[in-house]
Write a protein that binds this ligand. Structure first.
Ligand SMILES: CC(C)(COP(=O)(O)OP(=O)(O)OC[C@H]1O[C@@H](n2cnc3c(N)ncnc32)[C@H](O)[C@@H]1OP(=O)(O)O)[C@@H](O)C(=O)NCCC(=O)NCCS
Length: 178
């Protein structure tokens, strides 16, 4: 197995500007355009971690806290939180900046999952993540719970096997029938 890589090694920061073609009738950035940018920044982070071709397996927990206005500068930061076998969870944060007004706010957060694949599109093993800062450790620790939740929702995991979710959903062990 390849040597562990720090979470920081996968960090990618991307800057864009909201142009008229990117906006809805309220002159705010369209959600689909932002998700496109999120997909790109997160895919680059997953590629940096794995040094492989990656494909998007899921996009979840996307929160749209504030609209982003025409002319704003958008900064997207992505970092791999944890890697499993072939999959990697990537955390994305988005800020919108009105430079003339000197205002910058965080507008969005999301978790995307990427799978590293070989030349034939088959999943391939990736290095483990070594979290270093308190924030990276918190994200690393929560990643297993989020993975189990998304795999249960995608019907790829039996809820009974989602041990990390038991305390959240109060899933009880089956009692012995006597
Ligand atoms: C993602 C993909 C490679 C998984 O292939 P698969 O044959 O189902 O492979 P497996 O069942 O072995 O799963 C491989 C990994 O994907 C993960 N995965 C599969 N579906 C997932 C989902 N919906 N959410 C999160 N992870 C998922 C599995 O948990 C597994 O992770 P692990 O290896 O770390 O344990 C395959 O479904 C695919 O190619 N999908 C299309 C991807 C695509 O076109 N994306 C958009 C364009 S980039």
């Amino acid at each position: 197995m390849t040597k562990k890589k720090t979470a920081k090694q996968s960090e990618v920061v991307m800057t864009e500007m909201v142009l008229p073609n990117d906006t809805n009738t309220l002159h705010n950035l369209m959600g689909g355009k932002l998700m496109h940018w999120m997909d790109i920044v997160a895919a680059i982070a997953a590629q940096k971690h794995s040094n492989r071709i990656v494909v998007t397996a899921s996009a979840d927990s996307i929160s749209f806290k504030h609209p982003i206005a025409l002319g704003n500068v958008v900064t997207l930061k992505a970092q791999v939180t944890r890697a499993f076998n072939s999959s990697m969870e990537v955390f994305i944060e988005v800020w919108a900046e009105d430079i003339p007004a000197n205002k910058k706010i965080q507008t969005h957060r999301a978790f995307f999952t990427f799978v590293a694949v070989d030349q034939n599109g088959r999943p391939i093993e990736v290095p483990e993540v070594l979290p270093e800062t308190p924030d990276e450790i918190e994200l690393y620790e929560g990643a297993l719970r989020r993975r189990q939740l998304r795999l249960v929702l995608a019907k790829r995991m039996d809820p009974k096997d989602a041990v990390e979710l038991k305390s959240i959903f109060n899933i009880e062990e089956p009692k012995d029938k006597k």
